[in-house]
Design a protein around this ligand. Structure first.
Ligand code: NDP
Ligand code: MG
Length: 395
């Protein structure tokens, strides 16, 4: 069997490095075709030396030239490409079998769409892409016969709990609800007064998962669960009212599917992204991920509680945007990306994140879009509105 050729978009990130960890455990099965990075160029260089990909992609021409020269000196034959065009090229290249979409935020949309249009096997971590372009994305998957496998642990769990597998083109039968579990983040039990004083360092210190900064802040505000609710609706053809969020602080049950006959199926595992990554990479087979077996007796208990939509207003706003549909999730996502970046730069208080998003949502007129250009137009408008609001605030 020839090894599968894998492009890792966002190779220097948290999902990127977990993916490379799984790949390195199965060298007969997977070969790295291309690796991409944005700001962490020396990390990318080290990865190129280790995995010898055919291509690497970075954002700027000057950095690409320097990296190319350094790789030549090191005797590495990797060709370095530049910018969004380079990302799309390595996502859609005819020699690529599988694309891990692990760039964070709207910046990852164009390249994952290039992979979809080229009919690749897509391992989707970049939930923002689906939130922004759900209808277009899913119809492109069908039209180009791409294979879409969810990496987000909750969606991967749901996928595993659907016996009629939607990836084979079969609609799941008899599903009553999807139960999306949430850890509740580092401020699950914090008062509103405490939330007002939260620092970026505290927000990025997740109790169960080690992740990139943006998703860590999203987990702390629970916007992550809101984005995941929208993601679940697209992946599993569900209405927003069929997806219920349950706070489960231990993050051992990754999500559940409730059937009309009363059966509830769940997927459990230690909180380590290598499990859903290995599952999706090998599907429908199974491979070792390097994750330790779950020790239920050591865990001893599992807790569940309903989310507090007042303290975690971002989740409420995302549910509202999901119900509005159309372009509302694009505006929600854009406003959230601006708000999170401002919070990380100490330009916005933690509790102002939902205020900014609510303002942008109130200004955005819900419509529909027919292509990616339309998606980016709504995204740009919402970012401008968010910046204008931000410039008027004092923290
Ligand atoms: P990280 O911040 O750790 O990594 C992001 C990656 O994207 C890096 O390789 C980064 O490059 C690259 N990148 C950032 N901005 C750009 C840009 N403008 N253009 C091109 N590349 C860019 O994020 P995570 O790995 O945590 O998350 C990645 C995605 O996966 C997100 O959408 C997240 O929601 C999703 N996800 C993550 C989970 C996790 O456990 N981390 C779990 C479930 C989903 P560089 O580092 O060189 O700047
Ligand atoms: Mg998740």
């Amino acid at each position: 069997m020839q090894p599968q050729q894998v492009t890792v978009l966002g190779a220097t990130g948290s999902i990127g490095s977990s993916t490379l960890d799984v790949i390195s455990q199965h060298p007969q099965r997977y070969q790295v075709f291309a690796l991409t990075a944005h700001s962490r160029i020396s990390e990318l260089q080290a990865l190129c030396v280790r995995f010898q990909p055919r291509f690497a992609v970075v954002a700027e021409a000057a950095k690409a030239q320097r990296l190319q020269a350094d790789l030549q000196v090191a005797g590495v034959a990797t060709r370095v490409l530049v910018g969004p065009q380079g990302l799309c090229e390595v996502a859609a290249h005819p020699d690529v079998d599988t694309v891990m979409a692990a760039i964070v935020g709207a910046a990852g949309l164009e390249s994952v769409m290039a992979a979809v249009t080229a009919g690749k096997k897509i391992l989707l971590a970049n939930k923002e892409a689906l939130v922004m372009s759900g209808a277009l994305f899913m119809s492109a998957v069908r039209e180009h016969k791409a294979q879409l496998l969810p990496i987000d642990s909750e969606h991967n769990a749901i996928f595993q709990c659907l016996p009629c597998n939607y990836a084979e083109g079969l609609e799941p039968v008899g599903v009553r609800r999807i139960l999306l579990t949430a850890s509740g983040g580092p401020f699950r039990n914090s008062s509103y007064q405490t939330l007002e004083q939260v620092t970026p360092e505290q927000a990025c210190a997740h109790p169960n998962w080690s992740m990139g900064q943006k998703i860590s802040v999203d987990s702390a505000t629970m916007m992550n669960k809101g984005l995941e609710l929208i993601e679940a609706c697209w992946l599993f053809a569900a209405r927003p009212d069929q997806v219920e969020v349950v706070v489960h602080p231990q993050s051992v049950i990754h999500s559940l599917v409730d059937y009309v006959d009363g059966s509830v199926l769940a997927q459990l595992g230690n909180p380590d992204m290598r499990t859903p990554i290995a599952h999706a990479m090998a599907w429908p087979e199974r491979i070792d991920s390097g994750v330790a077996p779950l020790d239920l007796c050591a865990l001893a208990r599992m807790d569940f509680v309903a989310p507090d939509l007042e303290r975690f207003a971002c989740l409420r706003l995302a549910i509202e945007a999901a119900k509005l549909g159309g372009t509302a999730p694009i505006a929600l996502n854009a406003a959230n990306e601006v708000a999170v970046a401002a919070f990380l730069q100490n330009r916005l208080r933690f509790t102002q994140i939902p205020q900014l998003i609510e303002k942008v949502l109130s200004l955005s007129r819900v419509s529909t879009v027919n292509d990616l250009a339309g998606v980016f137009e709504i995204d740009r408008e919402a970012r401008q509105q968010a910046q204008a609001w931000l410039n008027k605030q004092s923290i």
